[in-house]
Ligand binder design. Sequence first.
Ligand code: ADP
Ligand code: MG
Length: 324
Amino acid sequence: MNEFEIIKTYFYPLAKKFPGALSLLDDAALLDIDPDHQMVITNDILTAGVHFFENDPADLVARKSIRVNLSDLAAMGAEPLVYLLALSLPNTVDDAWLELFSNGLKRDQINYGISLIGGDTSSTPGPTSISITMLGRIRVNKALKKSNAKLGDDIWVSGNIGDAGVALKIIKGEVNVIDDKSKNYLFKRLHLPEPRLELGNNLIEIANSATDISDGLANDLNNICQASGFGAVVQGDSIPISELVSTLIKQTKHLKMSHIISGGDDYELVFTAPPEYTKNINTLSKKMGLKISKIGSIVEGKTIRIIDKIGHDLPLETEGYQHF
Ligand code: ADP
Ligand code: MG
């Protein structure tokens, strides 16, 4: 069974009577807190050996743990408030690691105006594991969901896709080492994703559906399509990639656009909006100084197609990372 079958078989039955659980299919859950607001709640685990390497700098691991959770709130359009931190630490952990780790948390607490409010700490015979539960807030009935894409919506994506995936390929030795400046850019994109909170917030009155890209553009767009009951056609040429990744694709025989689309960890937002919002989105993009690219549209059907200039399908690996 893969991750999603496990959730559907064993955990969905426990959540199906609670509407705010959104069938365990969305980026976060919704809980009514007062007549005007809902709490938006998400949890993400980062495990050494799966999501990061045990000897990665502890401050970067801390900050990524916070940021992947913030990214889920951004995808719902929510404003972050506080978080809980559950740590499983090998008994080899030392003060230097904890000092660096807590400094990383502190830095991003300041960056994002959030505070730690609780958690749990345990030893483990296994690898380091960091679980963060992030709580945020949104005005009632305003949360952006995966399940609300409409037929004919344009599909948009923020920033560039593929930088983090390529960084991982460099670490694994699958893409050749390049100059330090380029490497730093790509590693920063992998270690310090920028949760698109401002964008998410601005999309509340614009987008019909949204999610963050944590599992590759193809997989996360596919989740929107599945949840909304539609298909998608994406123009491969309009998928935004950095100049650097574009050059690397040309230079590296086994690095293809399909890897860029299927690789994860971008933490950009992919969202859908009616075509009449094009101008608003372009204005928003300018105002924020953030690239937002129109890449395709929502169509009848159940599959997503990524096509080249002459309408041929690009190969897709919609599997994403397989935990099991
Ligand atoms: P994301 O990539 O946005 O962090 P995940 O792929 O981790 O989301 O999870 C997909 C959905 O399944 C989310 O709605 C999440 O809350 C839910 N989920 C994952 N694991 C569990 C679990 N053990 N129990 C209940 N819900 C879960
Ligand atoms: Mg998500």
